[in-house]
Write a protein that binds this ligand. Structure first.
Ligand code: TYD
Length: 147
């Protein structure tokens, strides 16, 4: 992965490539194989969320995702079962790659903020873990299997 800016709960933070046109704003882009390690099969975005609302409260078993906030300010709270860390997304050129089972909560710090997600798989409810206790068990089992 290129342009890694650190990690949050084991998830990579990347600087998304951006082109500035003086006086005319910026354009950001990412490409499979160059910026992210997975093929993108689905893009979704969450918007119209009132300030102070927290969404998410789930993890995925297999899904890989790149999350970014093209407008506004959203706090992303990530928990890999061992550490819980957060990052405030308020820069459209910053992305977070979640490529292993990670519990996530997203807090809207500003009204009208948008959260965009590029995902490796089509929507599949069976890939979700929506119970935190189950998530801890799942990552615990995964750790044991890899011993
Ligand atoms: P969910 O992923 O639970 O959103 P959040 O964690 O932000 O609250 O999705 C909310 C609803 O949207 C849920 O009923 C599933 C549906 N959904 C789809 O049908 N397709 C999709 O690609 C996504 C991401 C969600």
């Amino acid at each position: 992965m290129t342009n890694t800016e650190g990690t949050v709960a084991g998830c990579g933070v990347i600087r998304i490539r951006s082109v500035a046109t003086p006086g005319e704003g910026e354009l950001s882009f990412f490409e499979t194989g160059r910026d992210i390690d997975f093929e993108i099969k689905r893009i979704y975005y969450i918007y119209g969320v009132p300030e102070g609302i927290c969404r998410g409260f789930h993890a995925h078993k297999e899904l890989k995702q790149l999350l970014f906030c093209p407008y506004g300010e959203i706090r992303l709270i990530l928990d890999n079962g061992t550490v819980r860390e957060e990052i405030t997304l308020n820069d459209p050129s910053i992305g977070v790659v979640i490529d292993k089972p990670t519990w996530r909560e997203m807090l809207w710090l500003k009204k009208d903020s948008a959260l965009c997600v590029a995902a490796s798989e089509l929507y599949k409810e069976e890939d979700y873990i929506r119970d935190y206790g189950e998530f801890l068990k799942y990552v615990g089992q995964e750790k044991n299997e890899s011993l």
